[in-house]
Design a protein around this ligand. Structure first.
Ligand code: FAD
Ligand code: NAG
Ligand code: NAG
Ligand code: NAG
Ligand code: NAG
Ligand code: NAG
Ligand code: NAG
Ligand code: NAG
Ligand code: NAG
Ligand code: NAG
Ligand code: NAG
Ligand code: NAG
Length: 557
């Protein structure tokens, strides 16, 4: 049966189930969608900072971007409608698909928001949220557009763009209700990794952040958990959170910490990005900075069998290296199969790092791999995790699983085997061996970080990419294979029936996202959600409460 959206809205309004609004968000063409005059009034209340939003390919066509600009996350950061993986700007599922491609043949709005509030103050955010709530609009919130699940863009939405909330203030003693919680920094939610690391270095400090130039520490990163190369010694970013300033769905600003709105504080620390309100600033602990060695190795493999045996050997060796966070990328290219490996050793010289890991590299070579390159670089930790830019503007999806420490101990062969099989199937694999140590010790912190992080050792991600020539039908096949083949294979290598995943780097189509991303915390998260966002203004893919909404977050189901 087909209802027009307007009819559907009026039927549900008559039904009066106690909800203030009907079952759909108001979209262009619907009665009640803000008029040009309404938008102008909003613009006046936000100092003329209302933007109309354009897909990134269209912006780049207008600016005549170079290829280097198009793929630079630093350059793209100035474009409100951009997503780093610009497939999220496309609406492949519309009939016909609404795409805006770089090759310039077609440009539709797709899943790019319609308007954006370019906020520089908390008041701008409040005005935007009040307007959206009053007019029953779909809301998107974006700091950097790094999101791998596409959660910072939404079709027919108003975007609250916090990129220009850039304040940074350090203190030696951050106090909550008179209690001294020690050295900390207050960050606007637009502050990126490449801004905070050098700022912290200036005052001899370090924060828990990612190795990515433009992701925002106080945006989605910390709300999802936030892992770092130094997490084994410093914990997760959410563990270091002391306070959040949040604009709620009713437009009120609240301070959430262990004393004030402690239930919200619990939820925002790991309970999922974009589901609670608009974070305008966060306070995180700072740590004395330290020297660290980054050890980079490049291997090549003659065959899938060697990938399997070397990754089995890797799984057996991980505990020998103590609390050394390390990353690897495995990829099959026409020129061969390669492993790019990078490990971070706090307070260790280059020679010390090599001595600790050399037995593994010798074993890898004995198993048939070739060592193509290796290097060590020692400097302050801040510089070792800092990237000056990220190469982005890809199209694709990812899927992942947290791999328990117990799996590395008990079933290293299954871990090696799944690497080999996924490479054979054409996936790119990124390993993040950044759990254990402090991540495990912090299990007693009261937060919504899934308990699976506390028993994990690694976080393994698989990626499938496509390009502008790939048809929507082919893309469907790729997305389906991620959800129904690749991720279940990874899950099998966790040795657990109820395996878990990191909600910020995962498949947005994860079928059981409630338990996979949030575990037993989900029930309490829904209670906090109902209290602080009773109208579901903040809905994101695979986020708390999203099961009530369609994929676009436009109508309840
Ligand atoms: C190249 C790359 C490298 C990465 N490396 C790491 C890593 O080392 N460690 C790690 O843990 N993760 C990493 N990630 C994942 C990262 O944590 C997520 O992409 C995260 O969502 C980024 O947050 P953001 O706010 O910058 O992104 P955005 O895309 O702007 O937002 C992500 C989500 O957070 C919400 N959000 C953003 N800002 C706010 C706000 N102010 N208030 C409320 N909600 C908000 C959005 O609505 C969306 O749901 C990486 C991602 C990429 C693309
Ligand atoms: C908002 O106002 C500013 C300043 O008057 C103007 O430049 C801008 O175009 C307006 N935005 C929209 C969406 O109309
Ligand atoms: C676009 O930029 C390229 C390279 O910078 C230049 O060669 C070309 O003339 C420019 N085109 C337009 C229309 O400005
Ligand atoms: C958003 O606001 C910032 C700060 O005022 C400004 O520098 C930037 O140009 C604005 N962005 C757009 C796209 O208008
Ligand atoms: C940024 O800091 C300035 C100076 O302390 C302050 O006036 C302003 O309100 C802060 N902005 C935000 C968004 O917190
Ligand atoms: C880092 O190493 C340099 C050079 O050895 C040294 O001067 C500096 O004090 C060290 N810094 C820290 C924080 O240990
Ligand atoms: C590094 O060494 C210094 C000096 O011994 C010590 O104070 C500091 O705690 C160490 N830091 C780490 C992260 O190991
Ligand atoms: C790496 O390079 C150094 C010299 O540059 C060498 O001594 C060392 O043995 C190499 N091997 C490994 C596995 O790092
Ligand atoms: C957690 O336990 C550690 C000791 O393992 C202790 O130092 C820390 O204070 C505890 N934290 C909380 C929040 O209970
Ligand atoms: C642009 O991409 C579309 C979609 O793949 C394709 O149909 C079209 O031929 C391309 N046009 C050019 C000029 O490359
Ligand atoms: C683009 O993707 C298609 C598969 O969808 C593939 O056949 C083609 O080789 C890719 N093109 C490039 C330039 O990577
Ligand atoms: C699950 O892992 C086992 C090894 O532990 C392997 O034999 C089996 O083929 C895997 N199944 C799938 C579906 O990947």
């Amino acid at each position: 049966m087909m209802f027009s959206r307007a009819l559907f809205v009026s039927i549900t309004l008559f039904a009066q189930t106690g909800e203030v609004f009907g079952r759909c968000r108001t979209q262009p063409g619907d009665p009640g969608f803000p008029s040009t005059a309404d938008w102008a009034t909003l613009n006046d209340t936000i100092d003329g900072r209302l933007l109309t939003v354009i897909p990134s390919a269209e912006v780049c066509a207008q600016l005549n971007c170079t290829e280097a600009q198009w793929t630079s996350s630093v350059f793209r950061d100035m474009i409100p409608g951009q997503m780093n993986q610009y497939n999220w700007e496309q609406d492949y599922d519309a009939v016909p698909p609404e795409l805006c491609l770089r090759n310039g043949t077609t440009c539709a709005q797709g899943n790019v928001p319609l308007y954006a509030v370019n906020a520089t103050t908390t008041e701008h955010v409040q005005a935007g949220i009040r307007f959206a709530a009053r007019h029953n609009l779909r809301v998107a919130v974006k700091s950097s557009g790094h999101d791998y699940l596409g959660r910072s863009t939404a079709k027919n939405s108003i975007l609250i763009w916090v990129h220009y909330l850039q304040n940074i203030t350090f203190t030696e003693s951050f106090r909550v209700d008179g209690k001294d919680l020690g050295s900390a920094v207050t960050l606007g939610s637009g502050v990126s990794m490449q801004t905070i690391y050098p700022a912290a270095e200036q005052v001899g400090k370090m924060v828990v952040g990612g190795s990515v130039a433009t992701a925002a520490l106080g945006g989605g990163y910390i709300q999802g958990a936030g892992h770092s190369a130094f997490s084994p010694i410093l914990g997760l970013a959410a563990d270091s959170a002391l306070q959040f300033e949040i604009v709620l769905s009713n437009g009120e600003v609240v301070t959430a910490n262990e004393r004030s709105h402690s239930d919200l504080f619990w939820a925002v620390r790991g309970g999922g990005a974009g589901s609670w309100g608009v974070v305008t600033s966060v306070v995180v602990k700072t740590y004395p900075t330290f020297n660290a060695t980054e050890y980079v190795v490049l291997l090549s493999f003659p065959s899938i069998d060697v990938v399997t045996s070397v990754m089995t050997s890797h799984a057996k060796h991980v505990f020998e290296w103590g609390d050394i966070g390390h990353y690897y990328t495995l990829v099959a290219e026409p020129a061969g199969i390669f492993l790019e490996f990078s490990a971070h050793f706090p307070n260790t010289s280059g020679a010390g790092a090599i001595a600790l890991m050399e037995p593994f590299w010798e074993e890898a070579q004995a198993l048939g791999a070739s060592l193509l390159f290796n290097s060590t670089t020692t400097s302050l930790a801040n510089e070792r995790v800092l990237s000056s830019d990220d190469s982005v503007a890809m199209m694709g999806v990812i899927g992942s699983r947290l791999i328990p420490a117990r799996a590395y101990q008990d079933i290293p062969g299954a871990i090696g085997q799944v690497h080999g099989r996924l490479i054979e199937m054409g996936y790119v694999i990124s390993g993040n061996v950044i759990a254990g140590g402090k991540v495990a010790e912090n299990a007693n912190i009261s937060s919504a970080v899934t308990p699976k992080w506390r028993t994990a050792k690694g976080h393994v991600v698989v990626t499938s990419i496509w390009n502008e020539s790939t048809t929507p039908r082919e893309i469907d096949v790729v997305r389906e294979a991620m959800t129904t083949q690749a991720v279940p294979m990874l899950a099998n290598a966790t040795g657990e029936m109820d395996s878990g995943a990191y909600s910020n780097e995962a498949d947005v189509r994860e079928p059981d996202f409630q338990s996979t991303f949030f575990g037993d915390n989900y029930a309490r998260l829904t209670v906090v959600k109902a209290k602080y966002d009773p109208q579901d203004l903040f809905i994101v893919g695979a986020g708390v409460g999203s099961e009530r909404w369609d994929d676009d977050g436009l109508c309840t189901i």
